[in-house]
Design a protein around this ligand. Structure first.
Ligand SMILES: Nc1nc2c(c(=O)[nH]1)N[C@H]1C(S)=C(S)[C@@H](COP(=O)(O)OP(=O)(O)OC[C@H]3O[C@@H](n4cnc5c(N)ncnc54)[C@H](O)[C@@H]3O)O[C@H]1N2
Ligand code: MOO
Length: 401
């Protein structure tokens, strides 16, 4: 059995990074991955402007008690006149600074009567002016290639006036569930069947990572059914995720079906709990990850082993999310012969580290543990861990994004 960290880095490198780029409109850019760095072509702000509703003056003109005639009322979006000596121009937040003015007096610190401004509080030289380029300089690298675009990045791109962006094509993922005991939600369920929760769950996980779910297929436990499904997935997808049928049972036919389709098995079985029977194969240069059928195992393997592979194949820069730490709060002691990933809920505390509370049922079929938890606590192999011990914590927010 392969150790967890080796398996994680081998899976992360099991796919090709994208080469081609395509164009995506700004309004559809959230969730996409930049294929080129973005360099500023515009200073931000593009020109000095007022940070307050107030009055522009030349600081050198100020004397206590002096009244300033209001030369112009200059709203944001209006071009200001050049300020004449001893005068003031009425400005609003975002109005451009008039030529010759260097200071803005907030309207709360002065009073305008009959077109004359009386400044009641001595201003500070240069105050309340937002300087050209103080945010961004023309030529700055704003976003790196491989950045996954979120709303914050869209704000930066829009502020440069960009409408079309170079992005990598969306990764196409195919999902294959297996097993005669499964009925899809919406289909009639026989007494001997359970609903197929892994198919929809994996589709949601893939979608959340910003990849495209091309197929969610189901194969019966027969070589012919598996062969047909694999052929479709290999034709249409860049990455294939199968689930179930990879353990040691007589109907665990997925690995032989991949080999029959011309694939080669790269690894099988990782020293982790849940998730041991996970396999990695390649067919037609495309990675196929075979996830264990138990729903908690499939979910955990996806987060910890598959998500870095997907990020890499999407062309993202940061493929391995941060691992944090937390303090276990438990009445039990944990010790396993495999690296264990407990489903835990992290509770912030006044101290540095959050408390990690394990769900009371930790079996691989306990679906209710998944939405209850906020992440996984890692229990090192053959190491007894109990209340108050500090352990690595893998937060869903990072590992499923
Ligand atoms: N003799 C042994 N038995 C098992 C071993 C072992 O080492 N020796 N390993 C156990 C471990 S650990 C796991 S994990 C499972 C993995 O088995 P498979 O990947 O072959 O998965 P299946 O047997 O097909 O299914 C396991 C379990 O999950 C349910 N399942 C499967 N697919 C779905 C789905 N799409 N939605 C909901 N539930 C699903 C299935 O009904 C089974 O209950 O093997 C252990 N056994
Ligand atoms: O690996 Mo299994 O995933 O322990 O249940």
């Amino acid at each position: 059995m392969l150790d967890f960290d080796t398996a994680q880095s081998r899976l992360a490198q099991a796919g090709k990074r994208p080469e081609a780029a395509e164009t995506c409109p700004l309004y559809r850019a959230a969730g996409r991955v930049l294929a080129q760095p973005v360099v500023a072509t515009l200073d931000l702000p593009p020109a000095d402007n007022s940070a307050m509703d107030g009055y522009a003056i030349r600081y050198a003109d100020y004397q206590p008690g002096r009244k300033f005639p209001v030369q112009q009322r200059c709203f944001a979006g209006v071009r200001p006149q050049a300020l004449q000596e001893g005068q003031t121009i009425r400005l609003f937040t975002g109005s451009l600074m008039p030529e010759g003015a260097d200071t803005v007096v907030m309207q709360e610190d002065c009073a305008e009567v009959d077109n004359l401004l009386d400044i009641r509080l001595k201003p500070k030289n240069g105050t309340h002016v937002r300087r050209q380029g103080e945010d961004v300089h023309k030529g700055d690298v704003l976003l790196a290639e491989g950045t996954r675009l979120e709303a914050a990045h869209v704000a930066v791109l829009a502020s440069q006036g960009l409408v079309d962006l170079p992005v990598y094509p969306q990764l196409k993922v195919g999902i294959l569930t297996t097993g005669d005991e499964l009925a899809f939600p919406g289909q009639p369920r026989k007494t001997e069947q359970i609903f197929n929760s892994n198919g929809p769950m994996l589709a949601a996980l893939v979608d959340r990572l910003g990849a495209q779910v091309v197929h969610v297929l189901h194969a019966l436990d027969t070589p012919a059914s598996l062969k047909k499904a694999l052929a479709t997935l290999l034709k249409d997808c860049d990455l294939i995720l199968t689930v179930g049928g990879v353990s040691v049972g007589e109907k665990d036919l997925v690995k032989p079906a991949i080999e029959q389709a011309g694939g080669t098995l790269d690894l099988w079985r990782v020293c982790m709990k849940p998730g041991k029977p996970v396999a990695l194969a390649h067919a037609r240069h495309k990675p196929i990850v075979c996830l264990p059928g138990n729903p908690v195992s499939a979910f955990s393997v996806f987060a910890l082993l598959v998500s870095p592979l997907i990020r890499a194949m999407q062309g993202r820069r940061d493929i391995m999310p941060p691992v944090q730490f937390g303090c276990l709060k438990t009445a039990k002691e944990f010790k396993e012969t495999r690296e264990e990933f407990l489903r835990v809920r992290a509770i912030p505390t006044a101290q540095d580290l959050p408390e990690l509370i394990p769900y009371d049922k930790q079996g691989s079929g306990i679906i209710s543990s998944l939405p209850w938890a906020s992440g996984f606590a890692r229990i090192r192999v053959n190491t007894a861990v109990g209340n108050g011990d500090v352990v690595p914590y893998y937060d869903y927010r990072h590992w499923l994004a």
